[in-house]
Design a protein around this ligand. Structure first.
Ligand code: FMN
Length: 185
């Protein structure tokens, strides 16, 4: 039996990837973090990512003024922190301090990396043509940092309303990817 869901539930089914933190540093030098579930890969090379950062986010001001950010990818041990970061505003709070996270200098952007995250992607805004209509920022990844020594590597995926799935097994079907060999490592 097929059940009907409201069309607005599409994001719960097509969730777009692991939840991430967006790290910014405003022109006043203050660093901030927000939680972001709505993002998507757009292109391999140069690597473009679409990110939804809305006017309800204090971070949006820093993003539009500096046109750069870091996408920090947390693992399951940070899940509660990730939700809390997405439920308060950096306008009145230093979230790095409040949540015990460590800002680290990036190389190509002023926004800080997050030491406790598995991966950090330094990004620049390359197209803001969709912002007015969709709050969609097109980012180009400049540099990627991975914490190779980290034991916990399971990412979390937001299913809506604060429910998450946690990465489990890895299926390696690389030998079947015959059409895409040129894109593989
Ligand atoms: C699980 C989760 C996912 C979220 N995803 C997004 C998102 O994709 N885009 C967005 O603009 N806000 C998203 N938010 C909301 C922001 O994280 C939230 O508005 C946050 O308070 C912004 O922080 P700031 O005001 O310090 O920038 C999400 C929040 C949570 C808890």
């Amino acid at each position: 039996m097929m059940e009907r869901l409201p069309a607005e539930s599409a994001y719960r089914i097509l969730e777009s990837g692991p939840i991430v933190l967006v790290s910014t540093r405003g022109p006043d030098g203050r660093a901030n973090l927000m939680t972001m579930g709505f993002h998507m890969m757009i292109q391999h090379d140069p690597p473009l990512v679409g990110a939804i950062v809305g006017p309800w986010d204090h971070s949006r001001r820093a993003l539009s003024q500096t046109r750069e950010c870091v996408l920090a990818v947390p693992t399951v041990d940070l899940a509660e922190t990730v939700v809390d970061i997405g439920n308060c505003s950096g306008a009145s709070l230093d979230k790095f301090e409040r949540f015990g996270l460590t800002p680290m200098p990036a190389q190509t952007v002023d926004a800080p990396l997050v030491r406790e995250c598995l991966a950090n992607l330094e990004c620049r805004v390359v197209d803001d043509g969709f912002v007015r209509r969709y709050d969609l920022w097109v980012l180009e990844v400049q540099r990627i940092w991975i914490d190779a020594a980290r034991e916990e590597r399971r990412l979390i995926h937001h299913q809506g309303d604060g429910r998450f799935s946690v990465d489990g097994e890895t299926l390696d079907l690389g030998e079947r990817m015959v059409k895409w060999r040129h894109l593989m490592d």
